[in-house]
Write a protein that binds this ligand. Structure first.
Ligand code: I3P
Length: 126
């Protein structure tokens, strides 16, 4: 039987470390605070885990929930105005959450940009 379906929204498409700063929550501006985050991308969402040498362990403490970003209807765009850093793009969710993601490594940030953009483009806009 076909147990693993391409419709399975839990399949991890990409994961790794990036610098992350959440700059708005529900449309309300937040003070920018960059931190390293372990990011897991699936078809519909991204999860931001706290940095850890063993993310799988440290983040599995009872009660710990990663920050979850719904990609349905989200927007992604490069920005040079919102940070003095290079290679920064912004994700804006329907609910008005805004995240900046950054890496100094060009190919790495490009791979992430395209993976997230592809995921958004495949989803219904709602
Ligand atoms: C911010 C911090 C950020 C910086 C931000 C500063 O200061 O230095 O790293 O963003 O610049 O305001 P603080 O820690 O005192 O809040 P970038 O590194 O992305 O430039 P900004 O105000 O121009 O956004």
């Amino acid at each position: 039987a076909d147990i693993i379906s391409t419709q399975d929204h839990t399949v991890v498409e990409k994961e790794g470390y990036l610098l992350k700063a959440k700059i708005a929550d529900g449309g309300k501006k937040l003070r920018k605070n960059w931190s390293t985050s372990w990011i897991v991308l699936t078809a519909r969402k991204m999860e931001f885990y706290k940095e850890s040498k063993q993310p799988a362990l440290a983040n599995l403490k009872p009660g710990y929930k990663p920050e979850c970003v719904d990609l349905c209807g989200a927007r992604i765009e490069w920005t040079s105005e919102k940070s003095s850093r290079k290679n920064v793009f912004q994700i804006t969710t329907v609910s008005g959450n805004e995240f900046l993601l950054q890496s100094d490594i060009d190919f790495l940030i490009l791979d992430w940009f395209h993976a997230i953009k592809n995921a958004i483009d495949r989803l219904p806009k709602e």
